[in-house]
Design a protein around this ligand. Sequence first.
Ligand code: GLU
Length: 463
Amino acid sequence: MTRTRIAPSPTGEDIHVGTVATALMNWVWAKKNQGQFVVRIEDTDRTRLVVGGEQKMLSTLNRLGLIPDESPELGGPYGPYRQSERLPLYQKYAKELIVKGKAYYCICTPERLAEMRKEQQSKKQIPKYDRYCYNHQKEVAEKVKNGQSHVVRLLMPDKPVTFHDIVRGEITINGKDLDDQVLLKSDGFPTYHLAVVVDDHLMKIDYVIRAEEWLPSTPKHIIIYEALGWPLPVFAHVSLLRNPDKSKLSKRKNPVWASWYLDQGILPDAFLNYLALMGWSHPEGKDIFSLDEYVKVFDLKDVQKTAPVFDPVKLEWMNGEYIRKMEDKDLGPMIYEYYGKELNKETVERTTPLIKERIKKLTDYLPLTEFFFKRPEKYDIDLSGKKEMLRAMAETVSGITDWQANVVGEKMQALANKLGVKNSEFFMTLRVAISGKKITPPLNDSMAILGKDESLRRLRMLL
Ligand code: GLU
């Protein structure tokens, strides 16, 4: 049984786009293998916690349709799924490591550690704990018993750690180069390293698919797995998303919170389709494919090491393709919902086919169609010198009995001919008079939807 997970920390206001990409890969791998996809919240760093961050992350995952099998909200057989609710477990395994001689208490004060670091730096040594407490275990144990503030440190074995990463191949790090990692902090909270290993083991996670930034931590995790006599999961460290200029995805260049894209009217399926292409390509080179197809053709071993570029322009292009694939009868109500049901539903549904080819995201709808919902207040060109033409247009409009796009088109064309005005000038005047804008969806259709009375009113307003 394949079990995958994401373990985000609620240290931001929402879920990061990169985390969604990792979540998607975990989700697809679980689905592909009829396994489970777990969401665990790693909230042990209390200083960086963002209030409401967890709820927002979970709700964004739901909006995207990346529904976990187990999570803090849904529960499951290996809960709790929030690390702050699992403290006794970490304490238990920290003790076990001490008993096994694989970890030790440390009572060094922050001042002593700072002093030590300074000295090491001045000697150009890599800052590393000097194992004072390991070398004075009896004395330290006594002080701990008497209630002295302490941490628990992992005793790094003096040997190379080698592991295989599905994406990155074989990796070797010498344990000698690693600092004796703190596992349990003085407030009884675990560090990430202890908590992640304990949870991945107890939650029976057998594939750890996560961002490459956690690669340097993996040898420490392996040492903990081995010290506790636990089997290793399979590791796959996927490359971080980059901006088109190859810099790390960060708030300064592009929005990084997934809900920002959804709020802009990026469709969840298009978003996931685009993220699926981050570090992986469809075997037939396809850009656009369904989630079902993705599950069918995805394989973890095909994930590439090169840094994927997250380009919002391409994402929008893909979203436009998804919009065009939709049926008008589905797209109309979706746009209506998107605008909070505040626009006239029938008008939205009737105008949707007119703009479907032109929009890339749902936010593009209203700027193109605003004039259907309210009369223009300003005009892209000055019409004050066109009163004669506008009067003739109004007369023609008022004489039309069969108010349909093609009839409107024919009658207006006949008027242009009769007045001897160039088509471009005539129809631009009409367009701006009706909409206020130089660029609109097809004018005849627009006037047909606006209705005869409203079209007439807009022409007469200018007389
Ligand atoms: N809590 C880590 C994060 O915020 C999880 C790292 C992991 O997946 O092991 O991304």
